[in-house]
Design a binder for this molecule. Structure first.
Ligand SMILES: CC(C)(COP(=O)(O)OP(=O)(O)OC[C@H]1O[C@@H](n2cnc3c(N)ncnc32)[C@H](O)[C@@H]1OP(=O)(O)O)[C@@H](O)C(=O)NCCC(=O)NCCS
Length: 171
């Protein structure tokens, strides 16, 4: 299958935080943000492979800064690497105060999507072609992150995670 550039999957999504999106502190609910991130990531995955995709896993969501009522949520999503049927999508999220014209980091995460055929079975996806230094770094790290998430998901034995082990065990 012919490769596709990582940049071709790039998605920007903006949402305005309205009262119904907030918690009792007047900040965006974490669950609502995850919902929007899932949508942005699924669009990036579908753009890469041109097939319907299903969320397989979400890694390490930690919220650095709350996003306030009336601010804009700015989400950027891009594929880092494709394996066989699965794709890792990197997301970065900012809050934007439009009145005072500044942007602050909110969070960063990796989502994994699996492409499905019309019968609902996983299907192969095109490999990723990296161009920038940042894309190459994310591509390299994706193999270790995949091994970690598959171990945590009970889908891989730690002994088989050679690239991940190499981080901790020096010969
Ligand atoms: C994700 C799903 C399609 C994987 O199907 P499966 O029968 O386990 O298929 P396989 O074991 O052949 O794995 C298929 C791919 O998914 C990946 N995968 C499976 N579980 C995973 C997990 N927990 N985290 C990351 N990737 C995972 C595998 O590594 C494999 O990728 P590869 O082909 O690139 O190597 C299936 O578990 C599913 O449908 N889950 C429900 C998803 C869902 O409902 N999402 C919406 C949110 S609730």
């Amino acid at each position: 299958m012919e490769g596709r550039k990582a940049s071709e999957s790039f998605i920007i999504m903006n949402e305005l935080v309205l009262p119904n999106d907030t918690n009792t502190f007047g900040n965006l609910m974490g669950g609502r943000l995850m919902y929007w991130m899932d949508i942005a990531a699924s669009m990036a995955a579908a753009r890469h492979c041109n097939f319907p995709c299903m969320t397989a896993s979400v890694d390490n969501l930690s919220f650095k800064n709350a996003i306030k009522l009336g601010n804009v949520v700015h989400i950027e999503a891009k594929i880092t690497r494709a394996f066989n049927t699965s794709m890792e999508i990197h997301l970065k999220v900012w809050g934007e105060d439009m009145l005072h014209q500044y942007r602050y980091e909110s969070n960063e995460a990796y989502f994994t999507f699996v492409a499905l055929d019309p019968t609902g079975k996983p299907r192969s996806v095109p490999p990723v072609i990296t161009e920038t230094e940042q894309e190459k770094q994310l591509f390299d790290g994706a193999l270790r992150r995949r091994q970690l998430r598959l171990i945590l998901g009970g889908k891989m034995k730690p002994d088989d995670a050679n690239e991940l082990k190499a981080l901790f065990i020096k010969e």
